[in-house]
Design a binder for this molecule. Structure first.
Ligand code: XMP
Ligand code: MG
Length: 179
C-alpha cells in the first residue's frame, strides 16, 4: 500500500485487507454465538456500509436476513431541525432481532436520531455493528455493540467510504495525510 491521491487530497495507508478481515471474522463469530436461533435481521445503511455488510454477512453462519436502507435527512420544523428518514425499510421489524450495520460513527448524530425511530417499531432487540468509530468526534451518545476499529479523528476513505463519491472501490482503508 502506498500513498494515493484522490482529487486534490493525499491519503496514506491505514488498515489493510487482513486487518479488516480479522475484525470482521471476530465480530461475525460473536454474532453467530449471540444470535443462534434468533434469525436476526441485519439492516445495512447505504452507501458507505455496502462492503462491510457483504463481508460481514458472508461470515454469518446462523439463519439470518439482510436488507439495505438509505438514510435521508431533510429540514423539519424549527423545533425538530434536521429529520432523518429511512428509505427502503420495507421489512416489518416488530418483534425482530435487528442488527444495524454502519460503516462509521463520527459525531453520532445520524444514528442518535435514527435509532429511536426504529425503537418505536418495537423490535425484539436492537444492536449496532459498526466498522469504524471516531470517539474524539462523537458528540451524541451511541452504544456500539460490535465494533471493528477505534480510529483517530481523521477523514478516512476506501472499503465503501468515499471522498466526494470517489474511493469506495479501494479494498483497504486510507487516512487523510497531513497535507
Ligand atoms: P455522524 O457524524 O452522524 O456521521 O456519525 C456518520 C456518517 O458520516 C460520514 N463520515 C465519513 N465518511 N470518511 C467518510 O468517507 C470519514 O472519515 C467519515 N466520517 C463520517 C459517513 O457517511 C457516516 O455514515
Ligand atoms: Mg454512511
Amino acid at each position: 500500500m502506498a500513498i494515493i491521491k484522490v482529487k486534490d487530497l493525499e491519503f496514506e495507508p491505514y488498515l489493510t485487507r487482513e486487518n479488516i478481515k480479522a475484525q470482521i471474522e471476530r465480530i461475525a463469530a460473536q454474532i453467530n454465538k449471540d444470535y443462534e436461533g434468533k434469525r436476526p435481521l441485519f439492516v445495512a445503511i447505504l452507501n458507505g456500509s455496502f462492503m462491510f455488510a457483504a463481508d460481514l454477512f458472508k461470515e454469518v453462519s446462523i439463519d439470518a436476513e439482510i436488507c439495505f436502507i438509505k438514510l435521508a435527512s431533510y429540514k423539519g420544523t424549527k423545533s425538530t431541525g434536521q429529520v432523518i428518514t429511512a428509505i427502503g425499510l420495507d421489512q416489518d421489524i416488530h418483534d425482530r432481532h435487528v442488527i444495524i450495520i454502519e460503516d462509521i460513527v463520527d459525531t453520532g448524530k445520524t444514528l442518535n436520531e435514527f435509532l429511536p425511530q426504529l425503537m418505536h417499531q418495537q423490535p425484539a432487540s436492537l444492536a449496532l455493528a459498526v466498522l469504524l468509530h471516531k470517539p474524539e468526534a462523537t458528540q451524541y451518545p451511541i452504544a456500539i455493540n460490535y465494533l471493528g476499529f477505534t480510529i483517530p479523528n481523521k477523514f478516512v476513505l476506501g472499503y465503501g467510504l468515499d471522498y466526494d463519491g470517489l474511493g469506495r472501490n479501494i479494498p483497504e482503508i486510507y487516512q487523510l495525510k497531513e497535507q
